[in-house]
Design a protein around this ligand. Structure first.
Ligand SMILES: [Zn+2]
Length: 172
């Protein structure tokens, strides 16, 4: 899976001087002002950046806004109109729109979601990793463009709530 974040601030010291980890063995000369080698072993839990100022490793979970996920979970639990079907289109609450906008703004979208979805389609939501949750979320919001009412379907079946709760439990 690819790294999904672009330019970030260090969540620990606020520095903008972040080096992005490159994994695997780069076949090209990389810019040492921008990148740092992370080694060849690819695991599910590896940092995305290293802060040049405080030297801390920064993981995806350090940069995701937990509040916005909590707010959306509350919205889905308490607002029966969080997602409605209007004619054949999904009509989303302000909070759901905010979450989707956040995903796009923060580049949490998995550009390889079509191929990555193949690996997770038979997995239980409770077993998804952080990256896989982002893949699934991308799949849901992208599919709604081609398959009208898809978000409504996953909301009414409780799938979106489950997915956000899974995300929340990983980030805790
Ligand atoms: Zn720092």
């Amino acid at each position: 899976m690819n790294n999904v974040l672009n330019t970030r601030k260090c969540p620990f010291c606020g520095s903008l001087n972040l080096l992005e980890y490159l994994y695997g063995f780069p076949a090209y000369d990389y810019d040492k002002e921008k990148y740092i080698l992370g080694g060849c072993k690819i695991t599910d839990y590896q940092p995305i950046y290293m802060c040049s100022d405080c030297n801390k490793d920064i993981f995806l979970e350090n940069v995701i806004n937990i509040q916005i996920i909590d707010d959306t979970i509350k919205d889905l639990e308490n607002n029966s109109n969080a997602c409605k079907l209007v004619y054949i289109e999904s009509s989303l609450s302000e909070q759901l729109l905010k979450l989707i906008k956040y995903f796009y703004d923060e580049d949490l979208v998995d550009e390889d979601y079509i191929s990555n979805y193949e690996f997770i389609k038979n997995k239980k939501i409770e077993e998804l990793t952080l990256q896989e949750c982002l893949t699934y979320f991308t799949y849901i919001i992208r599919l709604d463009r081609f398959s009208s009412g898809y978000i409504y379907k996953v909301v009414s079946e409780g799938i979106l709530l489950k997915l956000l709760e899974r995300l929340r439990s990983i980030l805790r």
